[in-house]
Design a protein around this ligand. Structure first.
Ligand code: MEZ
Length: 560
């Protein structure tokens, strides 16, 4: 039975969940504010529910933070565990198995046309950053998100944020420079990157770290990602995942500022005036129906298309059917909507495969595990690649191994060096052994070969030179029991292409001219990463270009 039936006879009445708007009309806003408040009033907050739950995995305690109850629970239709868009948890949910009871939409709160200064489309890190920046300068901002929760792919981002010449690097005595970050990024991208955008990414990265710190983020720990010459990947203390932390900080800042953030609000198209200037968007609210927001500036921050198999097939048919590490909303709508409004799409064929997605799942095993010392071993127990090479090369090397998969092998010292690894244990992804031989048995690899591979690696560690594969950094040996392995396969992780922008985040049209009124930032844009993005450059891009977009939007509002 569905939730409304479960609640019948209890204290809950229709008006308990639905806002009473006008006489004879009971409406629900797209954020489902009143419904969620009612759930919390009776059942407690997510934190309270999590505290009373048994076991590690409970949907009420998740890396997505304080999400709305209605992300999973639904009054009149089938309830569904949102986590299972990416995971396959065997969880029951009240009202989840009932046949869907179709109800008429109780009310359509036809709002017609609204007006704002800045409309931001897509509530990941770039969207929040642009919205907060424009708001703090005095603009009226609306941030819309089609998913029931905010955070986008940024919330799933694991490894960290690349930045150079930062206060935290200086404190740790790490020598790095803007020039080396630029050269690493260009090399990683096959020199196909937009050099001007890369320069901005590197030059402004330290101030983006300062800005995040000033609004409450902790990104003081530093690791190294594949393709980076130096330690420059900033992450929370102890090596916790960067994305959920940063997005929770951004969400809190938006809430503290009472920013107008609307989930369940999908943009159908951009609105243009007679001259081709973008002046707003048509929105479809889950409950409010279709309405228009007119804005002085529209900022597109709607992310990439890794979760859109149709678009993947259009640009790289050989990747169809491959798993993705992305959230379900990464379907490229922002790119298509931007293109319809005159924007030029570039580099659309450049799709990044991440070498380490847990086999049979959508769970990214962060590159930081390799950065902190893990090695890649094939099913025959042999090491086969420099684990810190760029993602395209590591992925191709893994796909060429027997079974197209590999094991990420590490020991208890590496485990303790990185908090994120705890989560992989909780998800049941890790095989273990008290000795290398026991681990070999657990993964079905020949024990003598695995022992030899690990021994050779440890000797390279002692000699500070990996003569087998030329791995540039070996921060830890693999010697201390227990020994662990996670089976990994490449998965679609990031789409480098998107809307062409200039240094001010203005969208460039097919004719090479600016699309007036439209800015863009983050994965929805192309150019920063060329043919291959370096790990840690994405969060960096979202914050730096999100700030530029917010500041330029503000300027455009003031100039209007
Ligand atoms: O930027 C990324 O994609 C990244 C750092 C991913 C990861 O492996 O953690």
């Amino acid at each position: 039975i569905s939730l409304d039936e479960l609640h019948k006879g209890k204290k809950v009445t229709c008006v308990g969940c639905h806002e009473e708007k006008q006489q004879d009309k009971i409406a629900v806003d797209d954020n489902e504010t009143v419904v969620n408040a009612t759930c919390v009033e009776c059942h407690g907050t997510l934190g309270e529910l999590a505290a009373s739950a048994k076991g590690h995995i409970t949907p009420h305690r998740s890396h997505l933070g304080q999400i709305a109850c209605t992300s999973c629970h639904s009054g009149h239709s089938q309830s569904k565990v949102y986590c299972n868009n990416c995971h396959t948890f065997d969880m029951s949910i009240p009202g989840g198995k009932a046949p869907v009871k179709k109800v008429e939409r109780l009310a359509i709160n036809a709002r017609g046309v609204e007006k704002t200064d800045v409309l931001v489309i897509g509530a990941g890190a770039a969207g929040f950053t642009a919205a907060i920046t424009a708001h703090d300068g005095g603009a009226k901002v609306i941030l819309v998100e089609k998913q029931p929760i905010t955070g986008g792919n940024s919330a799933l981002s694991a490894g960290g944020m690349n930045a150079t010449e930062t206060v935290f690097q200086k404190k740790k005595g790490i020598k790095d420079s803007v020039d080396v970050m630029i050269s690493d990024t260009m090399k990683g991208g096959g020199n196909a990157n937009d050099a001007e955008l890369v320069k901005i990414l590197a030059t402004k990265s330290a101030s983006s770290v300062d800005w995040l710190t000033s609004i409450g983020a902790d990104i003081s720990d530093i690791g190294q990602m594949a393709g980076a010459t130096n330690y420059r990947t900033h992450r929370p203390t102890g090596g916790a995942a960067v994305g959920s932390h940063i997005t929770n900080v951004l969400k809190k800042n938006a809430a503290d500022r009472k920013l107008d953030v609307r989930v369940n609000s999908k943009v159908l198209k951009l609105v243009e005036d007679g001259s081709g200037r973008v002046i707003g968007a048509v929105i479809e609210g889950k409950h409010s129906g279709t309405y228009t927001i007119l804005a002085k500036v529209v900022v597109m921050t709607a992310g990439g298309f890794s979760a859109n198999q149709g678009m993947i097939g259009q640009y790289q048919p050989q990747y169809v059917g491959m798993t993705t590490s992305n959230q379900p909303g990464a379907t490229g709508d922002g790119m298509l909507i931007g293109e319809q409004a005159g924007g030029q799409l570039i580099d659309m064929k450049e799709i990044q495969i991440h070498p380490t997605v847990a086999a049979g799942s959508r769970i990214l095993i962060t590159e930081a595990v390799r950065g902190n010392g893990a090695i890649l071993i094939n099913r025959d127990g042999k090491r086969f690649v420099n684990e810190l090479t760029t993602r395209d090369k590591a992925s191709q090397a893994t796909l060429a191994q027997p079974g197209g998969s590999a094991y990420l092998v590490f020991d208890s010292v590496i485990h303790k060096s990185l908090k994120q690894i705890d989560g992989y244990f909780e998800l049941g992804l890790v095989k273990e052994g008290d000795s290398v031989e026991a681990l070999a048995k657990a993964i079905g690899a020949p024990a003598d070969v695995l022992a030899r591979s690990i021994d050779t690696y440890n000797k390279s560690f002692d000699a500070k030179k990996d003569s087998e594969f030329g791995r540039p950094d070996m921060p830890r040996a693999i010697r201390t029991a227990k020994f662990y392995a996670i089976e990994v396969k490449p998965g679609i992780h990031y789409t480098m292409g998107g809307l062409k922008i200039n240094r001010d985040t203005q969208v460039i049209g097919k004719d090479g001219k600016i699309v007036a009124g439209l800015l863009a930032a983050g994965e929805v844009t192309g150019g920063v990463h060329g043919k291959n993005r370096l790990g840690g450059n994405s969060i960096s891009e979202t914050i730096t270009f999100g700030r530029i977009a917010g500041a330029n939007a503000l300027k455009m509002v003031k100039d209007s």
